[in-house]
Design a protein around this ligand. Sequence first.
Ligand SMILES: NC(=O)c1ccc[n+]([C@@H]2O[C@H](COP(=O)([O-])OP(=O)(O)OC[C@H]3O[C@@H](n4cnc5c(N)ncnc54)[C@H](OP(=O)(O)O)[C@@H]3O)[C@@H](O)[C@H]2O)c1
Length: 200
Amino acid sequence: MSADGKIAGIERKQIKISSDEDKNRVNELRKKYDAILVGVGTVLADNPHLTVKGLDYDTNPVRIVIDPHGRTPDDALVLDERAPTVIITSADCDKEWDCEETVRFEDELHLSEILETLAEEIGIESILVEGGGETIARFFKEGLVDRYTVFIGGLIIGGRTAPTPAGGDGWVADNGIKLILKDSMVLGNGVVLTFEPEKR
Ligand SMILES: NC(=O)c1ccc[n+]([C@@H]2O[C@H](COP(=O)([O-])OP(=O)(O)OC[C@H]3O[C@@H](n4cnc5c(N)ncnc54)[C@H](OP(=O)(O)O)[C@@H]3O)[C@@H](O)[C@H]2O)c1
């Protein structure tokens, strides 16, 4: 995020906050997880590949998109051949994608149920949630965050409606979720902070 706590501008388009050093850090971080997860808002705004440089289809983490209404376009880069992709959608959505797997859930999507299914059916046991703010807020709200890592770069973006790392409709919990700082590291013209949620 920027030094004023935004992850994009008011028009929700991607903006360069990361330095080259931070891109390398994210590359290394992605390698440690079975899967990388984003909400469909990030696919539509940023059209990311969500792959690790130098890895191929068999070695890249699985890409997961939560997309209850089937808004991921067929030509989204997250559907390319560089890694397997799993789309999580609802039973009401009948769209088909050219991807490794589409998992359809009845009723409302519950993250704990999604994570259980991903572990049991696909063997995914660790997930890096990269965004955006709506999705990250939902993980916090359901108490499913083990670690929160953020790079804060030397940039001011501004805009009261510009997205932040945890968006959503309001409080993620009464009085917020307390975090314990576990690590801080200067990285180029920014800093990386790692927190863990206080046990509730
Ligand atoms: N700086 C960064 O590192 C970074 C990283 C990622 C994204 N971004 C920025 O973040 C913005 C996009 O983020 P966003 O917050 O708008 O969207 P988002 O979190 O990427 O996606 C939100 C959408 O995903 C679906 N979704 C996610 N979790 C769900 C759940 N548990 N249950 C049901 N639906 C769920 C919903 O889709 P429906 O609306 O279809 O129901 C929801 O509206 C862009 O501006 C992008 O540039 C920045």
